[in-house]
Design a protein around this ligand. Structure first.
Ligand code: MCA
Ligand code: AMP
Length: 507
């Protein structure tokens, strides 16, 4: 009997009285308590009839319980499906339906809005609030700690993470035990994580970064985490003296740099600051070093691959690069049209192969075949180059994607939504540089002939149905979209036109 992730991350911690999570209210959860809590949730899952391979969809705030539910899913062999807390019921309905989740754990405040979704798909509905309380914990509390661990193969699914697609339809990336464990092992090794580490954790746990990179790495190393509900500059500054390591998206670091308290004295004791999920500007890298003496360690990954490359722990952490492939991971730069490998130094599409590469998209064999080659290389859609020293730089995106504060936004999804609104003939959505989020969203609307667009009503509709981070922060009404002779919308022209739109306005 074996269960690769549970055996490596959770089982060794059973009975350990050292602290795993330092909570923001000053209390702590020991490893022994965490493993028991997970065991109670595993009992609740068992009682609900959740079987190995079943999907458990979780739309809950970050808490110790939410993480214990992830561990319980590993123990039960269920497939953990975390969902961005900003998603609206309109968005949730697709994920619950598409995944065929047998259990949907939501926030108590949204029960009325999502009951219909659960009824329609046949998922059992339970609740969990920001403190972890809710109907699921009440059931778990009444049950004994389950010790039975489901037998799982390295190729069995551990998690299903939805990532939006250029066609506007989200794709569920199937991540196996092998994918997640091999990545955690590689990262613990190259970033030198140990049981002495205290990771300042201010990331959300519904994405690869906060869940797998940060939490799996800490669990595997047996370290502890300062478990913050979200990123808040004051709290991070107050907690930093207790930490040894921090992981964040570039917005975390630019916000810290905007605060004079964030300096050499505050950070001198830190072992490492790691950045990813979006490009870290060279300027931020340099400001960070000048202020703190630390060079941020930038790495690169994707939902489909977890982490693929990283700057070195020891050695030159080069600004503007994402370092070298992780141990066991192969990368190549290919011609986007032919797929042929390009010579060193040329820009092309980055392809990745290794134990980190996902199994494919849930129920989407054609999409999987388009992006995952038969020889195992995954076509990332990121444009990159490799220099003579082997450092990889991400120089752009071949895919139409906006990354705002580390969250991915696919223009197509917003365009399809806007096109459906009354009076809108068509729309185009592009990203523009934003001082806080890196990039933010601009929407161009073309009205139907004779129609008067009411931007206030459009914004209200967007707010009600799309997650807040996807909200266009600038709308522009135009008579027609710029098109080339083939009729294709010239997004570059729009990007150039709106390049400075967020630099001056306060949005
Ligand atoms: C919140 N808002 C945003 C964002 N976050 N708008 C644009 N972009 C965002 N990222 C909006 C809310 O909808 C709200 O709008 C207003 O900002 C305030 O919300 P609040 O929650 O208070 O925002 P915040 O606390 O300032 O959040 C910003 C943040 C957060 C701290 C940067 O977005 C964050 O923690 N980002 C991390 C994302 C992440 O973990 N990415 C990893 C993906 P309104 O006022 O209209 O209601 S994994 C990945 O990419 C790969 C695998 C990898 O390599 O890691
Ligand atoms: P996701 O779809 O959330 O997995 O986001 C993955 C995308 O984030 C990648 O395809 C890249 O475009 C981007 N990304 C992640 N890390 C970095 C980085 N260090 N530099 C530039 N882009 C990054």
């Amino acid at each position: 009997m074996s269960n690769p992730l549970y055996d490596a991350l959770i089982a060794p911690q059973r009975g350990q009285t050292t602290v795993f999570l330092h909570l923001h209210d000053g209390t702590a959860v020991t490893y022994a308590e965490f493993v028991d809590l997970a065991g109670r949730y595993a009992s609740a899952l068992h009682k609900l009839g959740v079987l190995a391979g079943d999907r458990v969809a979780v739309h809950a705030q970050k808490s110790a319980d939410a993480l214990a539910l992830y561990a319980a899913c590993l123990q039960s062999g269920a497939v953990y499906l975390p969902l961005n807390t900003a998603y609206t019921p309109t968005e949730l309905s697709y994920f619950i339906g598409d995944s065929g989740a047998s259990l949907f754990v939501c926030d108590p405040a949204e029960v009325d809005d999502v009951t219909a979704i659960a009824n329609q798909t046949g998922a059992a509905l339970r609740t969990m609030d920001a403190t972890g309380d809710g109907s699921l914990r009440q059931e778990a509390d009444a049950l004994p700690v389950r010790t039975e661990v489901a037998d799982r193969d390295a190729d069995d699914l551990a998690a299903l993470l939805y990532t939006s697609g250029t066609t506007g339809r989200s794709k569920g990336a199937m991540l196996t035990h092998r994918n997640l464990l091999s990545n955690a092992e590689a990262l613990v090794k190259i970033w030198r994580f140990s049981d002495e580490d205290v990771l300042l954790h201010a990331l959300p746990i519904f994405h690869t970064h906060g869940l797998f990179v940060a939490s799996n790495v800490t669990l595997l190393a047996g370290g502890s985490m300062i478990w913050l509900p979200k990123f808040d500059t004051d709290t991070v500054i107050a907690q930093l003296p207790r930490a040894t390591a921090m992981m964040g998206v570039p917005t975390f670091y630019t916000r810290l740099l905007d605060d004079a308290r964030f300096d050499r004295a505050l950070t001198g004791h830190m072992r490492v600051f790691i950045s990813g999920s979006a490009p870290l500007l060279e300027e931020t890298h340099e400001r960070f070093e000048a202020r703190t003496g630390h060079r941020i360690l930038e790495r690169y990954g994707m939902t489909e691959t977890s982490m693929s490359t990283s700057n070195p722990y020891e050695g030159d952490r080069r600004a503007g690069t994402v370092g070298f492939p992780l141990p066991g991971v192969e990368v190549k730069i290919c011609d986007p049209k032919t797929g042929e490998t390009l010579p060193t130094g040329e820009i092309g599409v980055l392809e990745v192969r290794g134990p980190n590469v996902f199994k494919g998209y849930w129920n989407m064999p054609e999409k999987t075949a388009e992006e995952l080659r038969e020889d195992g290389f995954f076509i990332t859609g990121d444009l990159a180059k490799i220099d003579a020293d082997g450092y990889i730089s991400i120089v752009g995106r071949g895919k139409d994607l906006i990354i705002s504060g580390g969250f991915n936004i696919y223009p197509k999804e917003i365009e399809l939504f806007l096109d459906d609104l009354p009076g809108v003939l068509e729309s185009a959505v592009v990203g523009a540089p934003h001082p806080d989020f890196g990039e933010s969203v601009v929407a161009v609307l073309v009205p139907e002939e004779g129609a008067e667009l009411d931007l206030g009503a459009i914004e209200a509709e967007v707010k009600a149905r799309l997650a807040g981070f996807k909200r266009p922060r600038h709308f522009e009404i135009m008579e027609a979209l710029p098109r080339n002779t083939m009729g294709k919308v010239q997004k570059n022209e729009l990007r150039n036109r709106f390049q400075g739109i967020f630099q001056t306005s306060n949005v």
